[in-house]
Design a protein around this ligand. Sequence first.
Ligand code: SF4
Length: 511
Amino acid sequence: VRRLIMLLGDQLSPDMSSLQGADPRQDRVLMAEVMAEGTYVPHHPQKIVFILSAMRHFAAELREQGFTVDYIELDAAGNSGTLLGELERARTKHQPEQIVLTEPGEWRLLDVFQQQQADWPELELREDTRFYCDHATFADWAKGRKQLRMEYFYRQMRRQSGLLMEDDQPAGGAWNFDADNRKALPAGEQPPAPLQLSDDQTVSAVKQLVAERFPEHYGSLEAFNYPVTRAAAEQLWAYFLKHALAQFGDYQDAMATGEPFLYHARIAAALNIGLLSPQRLCLDVQAAWQAGEVPLNAAEGFIRQILGWREYVRGIYWRYMPEYAERNHLGNQRDLPEFYWTGKTRMRCMQAAIDQTLEHAYAHHIQRLMVTGNFALLAGIQPKQICDWYLAVYMDAFDWVELPNTLGMVMHADGGLLGSKPYCASGQYIRRMSNYCGDCHYRVQEQTGAKACPFNALYWHFIMRHAEDFSGNPRMAMIYRNFKRMAPAKQDALWEWGEQLLARLDAGDAL
Ligand code: SF4
């Protein structure tokens, strides 16, 4: 064998850098399903089904192109259980002149393979070229800047890509139309029914395997509805363009009981494993806007997620890892409450976000940021524990994208590298953006007492306990002014009630 090319579970694109220059007659592809990758956090069973099924389909696609693929199934005899172990076995068997791997999307794995290069000089690690922004471009942009704000990075990426640009000016005269994208879902507004994809034989077989091998992982297999082939991913994408993109902007922050998907595309998982490309998505959305099919606030809002946030958090990840993962700027030490794994709490918003997560391995960005994330921030949960939870339960969560979003944006644990202020909010935000509060055990208007919405006192407790961190922050000034105007007795009552709620959490009470 001339070249042994290893492909990982999120590297399922025909244009992987590791496949560049490959010759099916002399080279061999290695793909391996291993227990270690399914268990280093307890991944949602649907996520394991998704990745293993898509890997099996991609192996078939490569074989059709004439490649010889060594495909190691999870329960194959002799499976060592780790990616390095499988590469070692294949190396011994085939004695390749060269081993090629595109850099993994996790520092943890990159480190493993980089260390191995000392013993295996034939191992070549190539940059992952499936992004708009390569490592050197991000480093250039970041060099010499005091603050790495997404908004400025995004503007550079707009200019560099030419997306939504008119000459050198942003289309519509503004870079960002977020102010139009914060509407709650009006009563009677009916989002499109999600496209149903049926299980093929591969998915059925893998579901059985996952049920047997990962019985203790949280999350149901029942409602699996994700694309595991390029064709199915295309179908899901076309459905979004036709039925949801036009309203995506307006309602992207809305939350509603019984509507887990609203106008969201649900394509992040397929995108992150390589079944769709970011360039293709952005060009399609731009074309839909140019054709007058969708408004600019929807097109810009979508493109900003892909071209802006997604590329930006990846840049942050590779620039600051591995120390980034250890950051805990606010000194949080509280354990993640058990109800994150079960949804068994009386807080309706938390229950809705967690229940749909267990059922679909999905919640949209505002549920993640302003409900489950906001609660973790207010309650002072240890960043590592909440980051591991997000990594485990969401279909689209891979370390490079999940970690900065959770540790930085949700938990403000990076000290403000990602966000210039923490995304903390009381129950009022959730009331405004959802219809959850009407069905809740708690009353969102009450601040203290047995029936008061826990987000309220926890919010003020957070504001008080971190006054030193945030009272000088201009973006928090109004909050601290409001706080100062509050009667001291009320401040004391909020502090006391917050203390009680935190003590109950520590005692295992699910609130
Ligand atoms: Fe959530 Fe509070 Fe509203 Fe209940 S009242 S749904 S806990 S925000």
